[in-house]
Design a protein around this ligand. Structure first.
Ligand SMILES: Cc1cc2nc3c(=O)[nH]c(=O)nc-3n(C[C@H](O)[C@H](O)[C@H](O)COP(=O)(O)OP(=O)(O)OC[C@H]3O[C@@H](n4cnc5c(N)ncnc54)[C@H](O)[C@@H]3O)c2cc1C
Ligand SMILES: *[C@@H]1O[C@H](CO)[C@@H](O)[C@H](O)[C@H]1NC(C)=O
Ligand SMILES: *[C@@H]1O[C@H](CO)[C@@H](O)[C@H](O)[C@H]1NC(C)=O
Ligand SMILES: *[C@@H]1O[C@H](CO)[C@@H](O)[C@H](O)[C@H]1NC(C)=O
Length: 502
């Protein structure tokens, strides 16, 4: 055994003994107030699951710092038209196949905390419209489902052949799927943009296919193709808030505390909050959204190294906006969903009825979703103008009735919100795996986790869950062994073959 190995073995043994003798106190003795072993920045799914992981591994001296007045992050419910509706995440995406298949951990938590959900049949319970009214183009819609599956296959074929990534637009074109008219464009939108919150042109073919397969395709290691829609009137966030109650002590949570500055170094991390107070930790885990990191809402000192800046700037933050309307009574389709094909692609295309026997019958509530650049556009408009446009679309879907005035109208501006700056991340075509490793890598004692740092499940609640768990475990290894090498990063991401013009 070489000496270094012996030394490591001794160190490890010493750590085990130490772990067994130090009593499990919350704050460690001799630590000043506001100084902790670990600070967790953000109380969304990643932050709460990281906290639970520290707790379970005996690292009890941590604190969650969260700007909002409750836990949940992008699980955000609101009361609307006398009901609770979800401005943020509303589905468990992929459940479990058979008793032994991999389970979506969100599915597991939802069952544990008895959250009321309903199966959402959004590929089969659908009515199609265009600007002349109800028009059946289910054949076109069905063809778009087949084209999407073909896209994931052609993207998958590139991997073993070591072919470069391409945009999903390129992949669609290569398989001959070239939507030309409004119906075909709307059908493609439903398969693609409505999931990734950006267009096929803006999205990697390989990475988006991974995200799809690892979530929905049981043959590819995914959970299942079932989606459960939250209808629990306590709000979808209840599953994570109830989970937190099981282990989190009041002293381990600082709500209504907005971080302004993060100073990181080899020896620890210091925070300054907007109220002027400060906090320090031997280690910190930042779970703020990619959008927050991109928009300098929080100042990092020193500035992040080049490799990290490039990774943060290169992944994209998509936007997914749900626009809620409540009417005196339901006058629309009896299916769960409707697809509206406007001459302009992405203009108020996906309609979801909550006034449906499976969801919130009698509520008079329907919502329409827009994404990507169109979301950004409407965030810049006054509510009244968006409302008028939306009602205009409904009127063209129902030419034979007079659409009544809605009782209530609401949408959330995720992209303008300095705590989010978008809805969830999306992997662009010019982003390579090493970039993503860099997005996830720590800088000294500052670590990063959240839906954007997972390569398999970016964008999803379960992605945030797995990252909270896995990055906390990496940190625990360091904490228990007093120093570590950290997560892999690449100082420069280079071409395999240099670009050049001869
Ligand atoms: C509209 C919408 C629909 C979605 N639909 C689904 C869905 O149906 N199914 C699904 O699986 N996923 C869905 N998602 C994605 C899912 O919500 C996210 O992937 C997940 O919630 C991200 O969790 P997180 O812990 O990584 O980040 P967050 O939830 O963003 O947690 C980070 C926390 O940091 C806090 N914070 C930010 N800045 C500061 C600061 N300066 N100081 C202090 N605190 C700060 C934030 O308030 C937040 O609570 C949706 C998201 C949106 C927005
Ligand atoms: C509207 O009414 C006309 C005439 O009665 C009818 O032909 C058409 O199918 C109706 N359109 C819709 C969308 O119901
Ligand atoms: C579309 O697919 C569904 C489900 O496979 C099927 O029931 C329906 O008949 C198809 N419709 C058309 C018009 O092809
Ligand atoms: C996705 O799943 C399909 C099977 O449906 C498979 O052929 C393809 O290779 C997978 N794609 C990726 C990128 O793994």
């Amino acid at each position: 055994m070489p000496t270094s190995v012996i030394v490591l073995a001794l160190l490890a043994a010493a750590t085990v003994v130490r772990g067994a003798t130090v009593p499990d106190t919350n704050a460690e003795p001799n630590r000043p107030k506001n100084d902790h072993k670990v600070i967790i920045l953000g109380g969304g799914v990643a932050g709460v699951i990281a906290a639970r992981t520290f707790h379970q591994h005996g690292v009890k001296d941590f604190v969650i710092v969260e700007a909002r007045d409750e836990l949940g992050g992008r699980l955000r419910s609101t009361s609307f038209g006398g009901k609770t509706v979800e401005l943020g995440a509303n589905w468990v995406q992929g459940t479990q196949t058979g008793p032994n298949g991999p389970a979506n951990p969100i599915f597991t938590l939802v069952k544990k905390h008895k959250i009321k959900t309903q199966l959402s049949n959004y590929f089969t319970s659908l009515t199609t419209y265009d600007n002349t009214g109800a028009v059946n183009y289910m054949d076109v819609f069905n063809a778009s489902i087949d084209a999407y599956v073909e896209l994931t296959r052609t993207a998958g074929d590139r991997v073993p052949q070591n072919l470069v990534d391409v945009s999903s637009r390129t992949a669609y074109t290569l398989i001959g799927a070239k939507p030309q008219d409004a119906h075909a464009k709307a059908a493609e939108y439903y398969q693609f943009d409505w999931e990734y919150a950006q267009t096929p042109d803006q999205t990697s073919a390989i990475a988006s296919s991974w995200a799809n397969n690892f979530t929905f395709d049981a043959y590819q290691g995914g959970f299942s193709d079932d989606n459960l829609l939250n209808i629990d009137q306590r709000g979808f966030k209840t599953f994570i808030q109830e989970e937190a109650k099981e282990f989190l002590k009041p002293s381990q949570l600082r709500l209504s505390s907005t971080v302004k500055t993060i100073s990181w170094s080899r020896s620890g991390v210091k925070l300054v909050l907007t109220d002027g107070s400060s906090l320090s930790g031997d280690y910190a885990l930042c779970t703020f959204s990619l959008g927050v990191l991109q928009n300098d809402d929080v100042t990092l000192t020193p500035q992040l190294p080049g490799f990290k800046k490039e990774a943060i700037a290169s992944m994209t933050m998509g936007t997914y906006t749900k626009i809620f309307l409540q009417f005196p009574k339901k006058f629309w389709f009896d299916t769960e969903m409707a697809l509206y094909a406007d001459p302009e692609r992405g203009r108020y295309p996906v309609w979801q009825s909550l006034d449906h026997e499976n969801f919130l019958p009698g509520s008079g509530i329907i919502f329409v979703t827009v994404t990507g650049d169109f979301s950004e556009r409407i965030e810049g408009l006054p509510d009244a103008q968006v409302k008028e446009e939306v009602l205009g679309v409904l009127q063209s879907m129902y030419p034979n009735i007079t659409v009544p005035a809605p009782l209530d109208f609401k949408f959330n501006r995720w992209r303008s919100d300095p705590l989010y700056r978008g809805s969830y991340s999306n992997w662009p075509p010019s982003f390579v795996k090493q970039h993503h490793d860099n997005l996830r890598a720590n800088v000294e004692r500052l670590y990063f986790a959240g839906e954007a740092t997972t390569q398999k499940y970016f964008g999803f609640l379960h992605g945030a869950y797995f990252e909270g768990l896995d990055v906390a475990k990496e940190m625990i290894k360091c904490i228990k062994h007093h120093g570590c090498v950290g997560l892999q990063h690449y100082n420069e991401v280079k071409n395999a073959i240099p670009y050049g013009i001869i």
